[in-house]
Design a protein around this ligand. Structure first.
Ligand code: PRP
Length: 214
């Protein structure tokens, strides 16, 4: 391990990043600069520990890690599955728990049961494709949306959606329900494949320390 090399972390912006920094603090990984919420800085440094942090849009985190712009990333399992990047997924951080589901109105249950040709709206077209084509062997038409996916069945753009369900309240308030569960999700730590070989002790120690606090 070279002591003077910075270890760079890419964190998915928002709630996940705050939870991640709370957890990191427990194992002595801190960044005072990041606590200033008014700061417009994009990259934060802890000179003493030789650490750098930056916040990125969730779907970009695996990209930064694959290309080595960040050694380590923290992002949801949904994003890892959707982006399908060449990275190591090393740790389930157990927060940000939710489920990837097929949802829709009750009337869509029949369409799913009979493997009808249906329209599926999702922010996660790759996950939707994998689920319907490879697991269910059902031919469907997938429509990519960028948010508020629940609108899809309501305005008759799609029969069902593939989306994240956390509390279920968005579905309930819009007359939709979970029809099939695809997989459970949570925040994960990912590592660049070369960084893992270059800094094995430093990264493995971090994983062990974090694991003992989960
Ligand atoms: C996510 C997801 C659902 C909602 C689920 O959306 O896409 O819409 O949260 O949460 P719930 O089960 O607790 O109601 P997000 O808030 O990320 O916004 P988006 O719809 O713009 O993607």
């Amino acid at each position: 391990m070279s002591e003077d090399r910075y270890l760079t972390f890419a964190l998915g912006k928002g709630r996940l990043a705050n939870k991640t920094m709370d957890l990191f603090e427990k194992v002595g990984i801190t960044c005072e600069e990041m606590k200033d919420k008014d700061s417009r800085k994009l990259i934060f440094v802890n000179e003493e520990l030789k650490l750098k942090f930056f916040l990125a849009k969730g779907p970009d985190v695996p990209t930064y890690v694959e290309y080595g712009a960040a050694d380590i990333g923290v992002v949801g399992k949904d994003t890892i599955m959707e982006e399908n990047r060449r990275i190591y997924e090393v740790l389930d951080l157990k927060y940000g728990k939710c489920r990837m589901c097929v949802c829709g109105p009750e009337s869509a249950e029949e369409l799913l049961r009979h493997h009808e040709m249906i329209r599926v709206a999702s922010k996660y077209p790759n996950i939707a494709k994998d689920y319907f084509y490879n697991k269910k062997h059902q031919t469907v038409d997938i429509i990519k949306l960028n948010g508020s996916v629940e609108l899809g069945p309501i305005v008759k753009l799609a029969d069902v959606i593939v989306d994240i369900v956390e509390t279920g309240s968005t579905l309930k308030e819009n007359g939709l329900k979970v029809l099939e569960e695809i997989c459970p999700l949570s925040a994960r730590m990912i590592v660049n494949q070369v960084s893992m070989q270059m800094e094995p002790e430093r990264i493995k120690k971090l994983i062990q320390d974090l694991r003992s606090h989960l």
